[in-house]
Design a protein around this ligand. Sequence first.
Ligand code: MN
Length: 231
Amino acid sequence: MRYCFPPAAQAAIPIAGGDQSFPVRRIYCVGRNYVEHAREMGFTGREPPFFFMKPPDALVFVPEGSIGEMPYPQVTKDLHHEIELVVAIGKGGSNIDAADAAAHVFGYAVGLDMTRRDLQGEAKKTGRPWEVGKAFDRSAPIGPIVPAAAAGDVANAAISLDVNGATRQSSNISRLIWSIGETIEHLSALWELVPGDLIFTGTPEGVGPVGPGAMLHAHVDGLPELKIQIV
Ligand code: MN
């Protein structure tokens, strides 16, 4: 193959406890997957799951023990944090049953679905796509991927986000409206999942704005903490 210029680098996230990385193909995100967050956004919390995507090059990898940096993005005046459990797919498939979904999971990571809320709100109001609010450059900070066997009881793990030392979001993965297995079932009915796909599973209540200088500590029990500063 003779490319007319060098192709972009393969997006990849290091795997905790080894020297391998997880090559990322697609990033799927679930909207409104915790009841209290759906309510704070003006919905009943009983809608079926829906999905959007971010491009793989939106990932900002932060190694365990480091503090990453995310530049305050262009255009927005209302950058919001959304802490999320990220599921890494290791075995692909279509129409996967929720009961069989665990066999398709490679591992888990802590991620942030950073959101230009003002642009997303404008898109909702005008019925336009969400990319300007969700899929912007560096919109997806993420920590290392922990293999499923080493991640503990993720389905019942506490999930929380502190901003400048104050807790803004605090919930438990067990409070997902659509469990990890049910999310994989719905998603794989719409798209064929392939090894390398990531799923941001949705955020609990307490989303809010962060400005330059804000220090975010994102935590899910059993996974390395994700620390990042808005600069
Ligand atoms: Mn989200």
